[in-house]
Write a protein that binds this ligand. Structure first.
Ligand code: DSN
Length: 421
């Protein structure tokens, strides 16, 4: 007899595939009973889940609305048109492509549209908070293009555009990528545009982590002045797993051709419909309230961690992320991640800028507030969670101590159930 805990009712699966049904139940229980502080994750609405788990998965629709390689596309055409129109409204963009399966493929489509193999790109160093797809040598972006990187200031851990300018002038890239995976501060995308103009480069802004704040009008919108903007739809934006590309109308045909037939085959129409649902949610007043709470919670968490003598990279946050340098706590990022996992707190180990340790066991952890906020938590819980983190690290060698903390974590989670509305 397996665990029967369920968030979503399933009719056919329990009998047809009890193994997978059990895995889903266990994962639902894990999500219900864990504090998910992975900064790149969130909790989508039931409406998004329903669109995502719909019959649209049955449909092939290579091409674009009105110009498909398959018959029977009338309804999926409507879904994709709605998604594109809503994306253009939400982000005030001239053009939107909702087909990228992920942020990684959205970025690759932009490179494919604008560059020839071997041309120069300049992105943020992965070890300083950049992303694999911004030119890392182990990624296609660093193998097919001639990639260079800029970093953050050694003293402040902040991006200093004067230092970036030196790199831009030295490299003279054809494309500059602005945007980060673990950088807790606002990025001056407008400043990056000025740097790009100085050398005649394109500017790609990858706002995967902060798209929710841009959609809510809480962070400056880079769509107006960048050449192209990519994002994922599943992080702060709180939609289904996937990517999108936004840009001025003049790039429409280049981008559409790069995504299909350049890079991808059939679009995932169930995901595109779910993106449309999330985009509609992003137009509701409650969405702005939600995104404000994500930011307030991150600030509260940063304050509480600082009060407990944790060192924060850059000293605080303007986003949903809090990047903790653990060196003064004499625990590594991997040890912290493992200890926290034992008490049902999910975080990821993370490099800090100029990290003296290696990438598999770096000196930091990255914390995020989007999922906690989606559960309805507020600054009071952020203080409680900071204490739980501190106590876990102190008690990491005591199974009994960790057991007690885990029970407190579960109790807190059950006060803020997932999918309670
Ligand atoms: N893996 C994502 C993150 O955690 O930031 C980026 O792709």
């Amino acid at each position: 007899m397996h665990n029967t805990f369920k968030i979503m009712q399933r009719d056919a699966l329990p009998a047809s595939d009890p193994d997978i049904d059990k895995i889903l139940s266990e994962e639902e229980k894990r999500q219900q009973e864990s504090l998910n502080m992975i900064a790149s994750e969130n909790l989508v609405s039931k409406a998004v889940l329903e669109a995502q788990g719909s019959v649209l998965t049955n449909k092939y629709a290579e091409g674009y609305p009105g110009a498909r390689y398959y018959g029977g596309c009338a309804w999926v055409d409507r879904a994709e048109r709605l998604a594109c129109e809503r994306a253009k409204e939400v982000f005030k963009a001239g053009h939107a492509n909702l087909q990228p399966h992920s942020g990684a493929s959205a970025n690759l489509a932009v490179f494919f549209a604008l560059l020839d193999p071997g041309e120069r790109i300049l992105g943020m160093d992965l070890g300083h908070g950049g992303h694999l797809t911004h030119g890392s040598k182990v990624n296609i972006s660093g193998r097919y293009y001639h990639s260079f990187s800029y970093g953050v200031d050694r003293g402040s851990s902040l991006l200093d555009l004067d230092q970036v300018r030196k790199k831009v002038q030295e490299v003279k890239p054809k494309l500059i990528i602005a945007g980060a995976s673990s950088y807790p501060r606002l990025i001056d995308f407008r400043g990056f545009k000025d740097l790009a103009e100085e050398v005649g480069a394109y500017l790609l802004v990858d706002m995967a982590h902060t798209a929710g704040f841009v959609a809510a009008g809480l962070h400056p919108n880079p769509v107006h002045f960048s050449d192209l903007v990519t994002a994922t739809t599943h992080k702060t934006f709180r939609g289904p797993r996937g990517g999108l590309i936004l840009g001025q109308e003049k790039y429409a045909s280049l981008i559409d051709k790069a995504v299909f037939p350049g890079l991808q085959g059939g679009p995932l129409m169930h995901i595109i419909a779910a993106k449309a649902v999330a985009l509609k949610e992003a137009q509701q007043p409650s969405y702005i309230k939600y995104q404000k709470s994500v930011l307030n919670n991150a600030k509260a968490l940063a304050r509480a961690m600082t009060d407990l003598d944790f060192n924060l990279v850059t000293g605080g946050t303007d986003t949903h992320q809090v990047l903790v340098d653990l060196r003064n706590k004499f625990v590594s990022g991997l040890e912290a991640e493992k200890a926290l996992e034992q008490v049902n707190i999910s975080v990821n180990k993370n490099a800090i800028p100029y990290d003296p340790r290696g990438p598999y066991d770096p000196s930091g952890i990255r914390l995020g507030t989007p999922t906690l906020t989606s559960r309805g938590m507020n600054p009071q819980q952020m203080h409680e969670i900071a204490s739980l983190i501190e106590e876990t690290l102190v008690s990491r060698d005591s199974p009994e101590g960790l057991g007690k903390i885990k029970q407190r974590v579960i109790n807190l989670c059950l006060e803020f159930p997932v999918y309670s509305h």
